[in-house]
Design a protein around this ligand. Structure first.
Ligand code: MG
Length: 390
């Protein structure tokens, strides 16, 4: 079997969007003097679809959501010629070829995002060619179902936050994650607003539901050290991305001394990036996303390393490319789930681009033992709501 062709498309959402509430989520740009929409660069209203076809007609489906137009260019200009004519089952060789041929400028960030999209498509091919779901090629079923946590609860008026949290309880979720709305420049008043969010959530869900709290890189070490003691009474399962990804020492200080487990890695890349985090004791939970970190080929190496450190891996986003990893690794206990709703920040756009993603029932998702590959298809009926860059 040989790879015949690679097709990349960027799907830009032109349908209805919901404007997010003010202060809906902290982010790295909060530290700047900036007027206007400081969350603009963290909205994901386009998605990259990468289809790789073999000479016997199998089409593997990969995807990426970070800077999709640039990821597309990297695949088109640099990666396609490296893999056409090769055997898709030589995935380790092909990964190393893509990694090493782009080493001067790739390694992390968007170069690795592009490699991830290709690698995911190659694993989809391997699954389809073997008539097995991808998780059966990775180690198979390690759990009956995957418990998932509802991940939205952006900063919003407290009555609406309560209502949203209650809706997740009603749907059977017993874990959920909220976002903070204020950071260092918002002073003591912002601290109060943040604490009100957590208090409200804890009051709605009671003590027997896990709550996770997320700063999305929008704080710094000093602010995190000052606010964490006020968060402790609400017993969050973890505090996510409290500082920027490059502040590994800050991560480690918080993780080792703050009393709240720190999670991160959603903006980290490859085995080497995660070795640094693990060696430093920087995180208690690893949260790579398969479609950024280097695809299945890289993710499985990180899984092995994290298992040796006994640090659980709970991938960013859920979605099929991550669920297959969670199902096949004992050290991946649960998964994130973005509730399906109108397009807001863009995390939910995945459900408009693809069909076949597993739907939670009572807070659990399952994967089909008999569905080959990733189990995804392009949602052709929805393409009318996109501008397509071919
Ligand atoms: Mg996150």
């Amino acid at each position: 079997m040989k790879i015949k062709s690679v097709r990349t498309r960027v799907l830009q959402w032109t349908g209805k969007t919901v404007p997010p509430a003010q202060n809906f989520c902290t982010n790295p740009s909060d530290a700047l003097f900036e007027r206007g929409d400081n969350m603009g660069s963290f909205r994901f209203h386009e998605w990259l679809v990468c289809e790789i076809e073999t000479d016997d007609g199998i089409v593997g489906l990969g995807n990426a959501a970070l800077a999709p137009q640039i990821a597309k260019q990297i695949i088109d200009l640099y990666l396609t010629s490296l893999i056409v004519g090769e055997d898709p089952f030589d995935n380790e060789y092909l990964w190393q070829k893509m990694y090493r041929r782009t080493m001067a400028w790739g390694r992390k960030g968007i170069g690795m995002v592009a490699i991830s999209a290709v690698d995911i498509a190659l694993w989809d091919i391997m699954g389809k060619a073997s008539a097995k779901p991808v998780f059966k090629l990775l180690g198979g079923r390690t759990k009956e179902c995957i418990p998932v946590y509802a991940s939205k609860l952006y900063s919003q008026p407290l009555d609406q936050l309560s209502e949203e949290a209650q809706s997740y309880l009603d749907q059977g979720f017993n874990m959920m994650k909220m976002r903070f709305g204020w950071g260092p420049k918002d002073g003591p008043e912002g601290v109060t607003r943040n604490i009100e969010l957590v208090r409200t959530l804890r009051e709605v869900v009671g003590d027997e539901v896990d709550i996770m709290v997320e700063a999305y890189m929008g704080w710094n070490l000093d602010y995190a050290k000052r606010i964490i003691p006020k968060l402790q009474p609400f017993n969050p399962r973890w505090l996510e991305e409290p500082v920027i990804p490059d502040d590994i020492a800050g991560y480690a200080e918080l993780n080792n001394n703050s009393g709240i487990p720190i999670s991160g890695g959603e903006h980290e890349f490859t085995l080497f990036g995660f070795k640094q985090l693990l060696d430093a004791g920087a995180v208690s939970v690893i949260q790579y996303d398969n479609n950024r970190v280097g695809g299945f080929t890289a993710a499985q190496k990180i899984n092995a390393l994290a298992e040796a450190y006994q640090v659980p891996v709970i991938p960013h986003a859920g979605q099929m490319h991550n669920y297959h990893l969670t199902m096949s690794n004992l050290n991946c206990p649960i998964s994130e789930f973005f509730p399906v709703h109108d397009v807001e920040i863009g995390n939910e756009l995945f459900y408009y681009v693809f069909k076949g993603d597993s739907t939670p029932v009572d807070g659990m998702i399952d994967l089909d033992d008999d569905k080959p590959g990733l189990g995804l298809e392009i949602a052709e009926d929805n393409l009318k709501d996109f501008t397509i860059i071919e």
